[in-house]
Design a protein around this ligand. Structure first.
Ligand SMILES: Cc1cc2nc3c(=O)[nH]c(=O)nc-3n(C[C@H](O)[C@H](O)[C@H](O)COP(=O)(O)O)c2cc1C
Length: 199
């Protein structure tokens, strides 16, 4: 049964230890990702968010190609840590790739010149909202996920392998799987320092 909204917000955490045991069917993951992209708001309702959803061997291929790109830039003596990290993402059973379609952003800039400078910013903000909705939805389904940023290092390889249009700009990667360890301790900066209320 779905959690209450506030509980889901509180329970969404970065879960780094994940496995590929299918606790949620792929069809259900696809359904919640589709729900998230449908209902996430965009400025002017111009939906520039794009997603590539990878499962199984396709998901593994992403982390293999990421590792190979990293191998080109990480000194060999430090590569073991990188290798472990990438293997931990690969241990899950899927990854959500988040893109923003730059053709949509450019179209808005042409159509509404007054807000020209805002559209790239709003596109990023809306992508963040989409990422958050997907992340929380995956958590709500009993999965563990993290948010990763190997773009732009992997952009070209991703484009070639999954044939994404040139206008799709990769913004984030979210590997997910069955949670195999609790999230780490998290410190909370006092709320009173972060919010002002006037009444
Ligand atoms: C915009 C943004 C970018 C982030 N980038 C990364 C990242 O590249 N790699 C990573 O492991 N975690 C990344 N995180 C996760 C944060 O480190 C994490 O959310 C934060 O420490 C709070 O922990 P929690 O997710 O468990 O609540 C990012 C989070 C946000 C919101």
């Amino acid at each position: 049964m779905a959690k209450d909204f506030y509980q889901a917000v509180e329970d969404r955490r970065s879960i780094y230890v994940i496995s590929d045991e299918k606790v949620v069917p792929e069809e259900r993951v696809q359904e919640v990702v589709e729900f998230a992209i449908k209902h996430t708001p965009y400025s002017f309702n111009a939906t520039s968010g794009r997603i590539v959803l990878l499962f199984g061997d396709e998901h593994k291929a992403l982390w293999d190609l990421t590792k190979e790109e990293l191998r080109k830039i990480v000194p060999a003596e430090n590569f073991a840590d990188t290798d472990n990290k990438i293997e931990s993402f690969k241990s899950g059973y899927g990854t959500v790739l988040f893109f923003e379609d730059q053709d949509v952003v450019k179209g808005l800039q042409e159509q509404f010149a007054l807000y020209k400078e805002n559209f790239p910013i709003w596109s990023e903000q809306a992508s963040g909202i989409l990422q958050y909705v997907v992340w929380t939805a995956l958590e709500n389904e009993g999965l563990g996920a993290t948010l990763q940023h190997y773009n732009p290092l992997i952009d070209e390889e991703v484009k070639q392998r999954w044939q994404t249009p040139d206008s799709w700009l990769l913004r984030a990667q979210m590997p997910f799987g069955k949670p195999e360890a609790e999230a780490g301790e998290k410190e909370f900066q006092p709320i009173a320092e972060r919010i002002k209320v006037f009444k």
